[in-house]
Design a protein around this ligand. Sequence first.
Ligand SMILES: *Cc1c(COP(=O)(O)O)cnc(C)c1O
Length: 402
Amino acid sequence: MSGTNGIPFLDLVTPHAELREELCEVFKTALDTAGFIGGPMVQGFEQDFAKFCDTEHCVGVGSGTDALRFALIAAGIGQGDVVVTVPNTFIATTEAISQAGGRIAFIDIDEATYNMDPEKLREYLETQCDFNSSTKTLVDRRTKGRVTAIVPVHLYGQMADMDSILELAERYGLIVIEDACQAHGAEYFSNKENRWRKAGSMGRAAAFSFYPGKNLGACGEAGAATTNDAELAQKMRMLRDHGQARKYYHDMEGYNGRLDSIQAGILRVKLKHLPEWTEGRRAAAARYRELFADADAKIGLPYEPEWTKPVYHLFVVRTQERDELMKYLASVGIGTAIHYPIPLHLQNAYADLGYTKGDFPVTEKVAAEIVSLPMFPQLQADQQSRVASGVVSFLAAEKVAQ
Ligand SMILES: *Cc1c(COP(=O)(O)O)cnc(C)c1O
């Protein structure tokens, strides 16, 4: 950051300074017991996190990518199966699909929520796939692959429209695995069930990341998968540990994808603070809204449908002057970022999927206009005022110049 008066995009120092003693105790326990892998700290965290997500099971793993990959494999996604997701997400979502043996099919996003558009999902399933009702198989006409799963991503901390997605999944016999890596504690009001549901509790399984910058972050790499299916949980436990349920008896090949005890202990301490941190994020989001409304700023604010309670992993605004705005904010010491600048279907890594520019117009348009403003639980009101006045004065100056 430029100077002491800068406003960082993310502050990871303050929350750890506040918990320093407690976090150091975790390390001491690990040293004293030499419990570095598995054991009571991992089991304790898994219980706490399952409870937090309203699920029966939680399986601690090495990263969010591990969690998603293991969930897909355990749910039976096989070689060549088509797995549907969005192009507006972090590449880990699609890496997990490919690494599980699946073939990626993209669905464009909804322009208001930035999440998977259920209408476009329906259109894809109905007009670009053939359903054989006797064998109950759905085949993508273009790739001839069998469509087996959907991975909705709860991007920026807001849940995708799960009722609509689950209804389509049920109609076509598809497995739903949630990418909840940005949505710890987010909620969705299910009209179907007439109650609020937690992120990670609605699909067959879900993946969470505890990368340090996530809403719940480890002091290193970590992740978890949640599910209500005991058999699936058991499979994921084996996948993370070389395919063994008992030492040196391997029922299948697995991975080295375990959760460290030290990270589990740290996450357990931090999980207790997550509700208050989420409230901090929500308060900061509300404050940004007020500041921009008072200034009558010409900037697109995050849309919050009444059926969601987002956890604001990111606060993403929109303007056609995005690049210039970021440059200006950087010059006055305000950190920003783009999530994500290049849609996945246009990445070199996916050239072989055969997509081209124009295939997902909403994602492409949005990718050129979105910018994430500073957002973290300890963000101060005066810092936010400075961010907002920076944005407002820049946009006003642009207007005059035009
Ligand atoms: C962070 C993230 C992941 C991957 O998590 P890692 O712990 O970094 O492996 C997957 N999907 C989304 C949407 C993410 O934000």
